[in-house]
Design a protein around this ligand. Structure first.
Ligand SMILES: [Zn+2]
Length: 409
């Protein structure tokens, strides 16, 4: 492996330190993405409205994150850039002498069929799916892929007509049309979000629909998408979702904010579940439940995980983390919230005993061994390694301690 200057690269692990945190030098006001899904490859065109961050010291170059991307074209304010205007390394794209405010057009080609890391956009069994937390978005396009850069996203998905029954992204659906043998679906998420909450799904799925009326009388369309074989096993998840939405209103006064809330449950999603804004993606094990084949414990797990990801809409998605050192701030708080929800829905005493058993049986062991780390680490080499019982369950106990001392208010 070598970088573009021909210097051999030794894969050395770099350490990210909290003490080195700096505000971003640039902000991305608007993000417009077009995905053209082809057999074998996908072209991603991005149109980013970028401004210099007034809170940052002046920098004359823009450094974007990006990994394993094939750059097809790059333009600033419609002006195509030459090779000498930018530099590409395995992890970054650096553009020299950028103005205070500009629109960056970037076209990259990616290969979801060959993506076996299951980060970014990948295709498995003919179905396209994303996983961007924590740093997967940089495998889709060049971007400021950090939680403190929040942008309004618009996403257009283009595919051959008839290729997929379902083409989803975050937010509300603006249009769904067919033109010249292509199906074009246009999504818009009005709420600014970090790139790790971006999601796209394209596949042949069936849908269970329901609706929810919020505390202020707004109608929200609820949809759970699955493969046809699993269509009859989503009713419990739907009921759990509605209970979670009502509970968050009653206990925290938090109302759902988009016109629709979508859950996709597929075998080919490798993480447990992911709280992408308006489009949660789950492994089927966390959604499907049927009285003939599901145990009581598994029913409770579905109820808890559905609620956990839904609750992230406020603890994580609308109220965000500044950086990944604050991971426990969204996960600990959300585990505390889902734990309280489970206690209210079932037995509070039993739930408390379960949580304490988990802490003592698993987290104490982690804390006593070489994996020990604080809920807010000072440094990391790979943030993906910090999705631990310490960050989640001990983090939740810290939140519980604060709630006990300060009171629910
Ligand atoms: Zn979570």
């Amino acid at each position: 492996m070598s970088d573009i200057s021909g210097t051999p690269i030794t894969p050395v692990a770099t350490v990210t330190r909290l003490a080195d945190y700096r505000v971003p030098e640039f902000l991305i006001e608007k993000t417009h993405l077009t995905f053209e899904l082809h057999e074998g490859y996908t072209d991603v065109s991005s149109r980013l409205t970028i401004t210099r961050n007034p809170q940052s010291v002046k920098a004359d170059r823009l450094i974007l994150h990006g990994e394993q991307l094939e750059l097809l074209s790059l333009a600033i304010d419609e002006q195509l850039l030459d090779d000498e205007d930018y530099q590409i390394t395995p992890h970054n794209l650096t553009i020299r002498d950028v103005p205070e405010q500009f629109v960056l057009h970037c076209k990259t080609r990616i290969y979801p069929e060959k993506n076996t890391a299951l980060e970014g956009l990948y295709c498995s069994s003919g179905m396209y799916c994303t996983q961007c937390e924590a740093e997967g978005f940089r495998k889709i396009t060049y971007y400021l892929d950090r939680p403190d850069v929040m942008s309004e996203f618009e996403t257009v998905i283009v595919a051959r007509e008839g290729a997929f029954s379902t083409m989803l992204s975050n937010g509300n659906c603006l249009s769904d049309t067919v033109r010249d043998g292509k199906r074009i679906v246009h999504w818009h998420d009005p709420f600014k979000k970090p790139s790790y909450l971006f999601a796209l799904v394209a596949g042949n799925l069936v849908c269970l629909e329901d609706s929810f009326t919020t505390q202020f009388g707004r109608q929200v369309l609820l949809q759970i998408y699955t493969e046809a074989k699993d269509g009859d096993k989503c009713h419990f998840a739907m009921q759990s979702l509605k209970k979670a939405m009502r509970w968050d209103e009653q206990i925290y006064g938090r109302e759902y904010d988009l016109d629709r809330f979508m859950i996709v449950a597929v075998d080919d999603f490798n993480m447990g579940a992911m709280e992408n804004k308006g489009l949660n993606i789950f492994n089927t094990s966390c959604v499907l439940a049927h009285p003939a084949s599901t145990t009581d414990a598994a029913f409770q797990r579905v109820e808890r995980v559905i609620a956990h990801e839904y609750f992230h809409n406020w603890s994580g998605n609308r109220v965000t983390c500044r950086d990944w050192f604050q991971l426990s701030l969204k996960e600990g708080l959300t585990v505390y919230r889902d734990s309280e929800f489970s206690a209210d829905m079932n037995s509070r005493a039993v739930k408390r005993i379960e949580d304490v058993s988990l802490i003592r049986g698993v987290q104490f062991v982690e804390d006593a061994g070489p994996m020990a780390h604080p809920v807010r680490p000072d440094s990391y080499m790979e943030i993906s390694n910090f999705y631990t019982v310490t960050i989640y369950e001990k983090g939740a106990e810290v939140v519980r301690m604060l709630a006990n001392i300060l009171g629910p208010e």
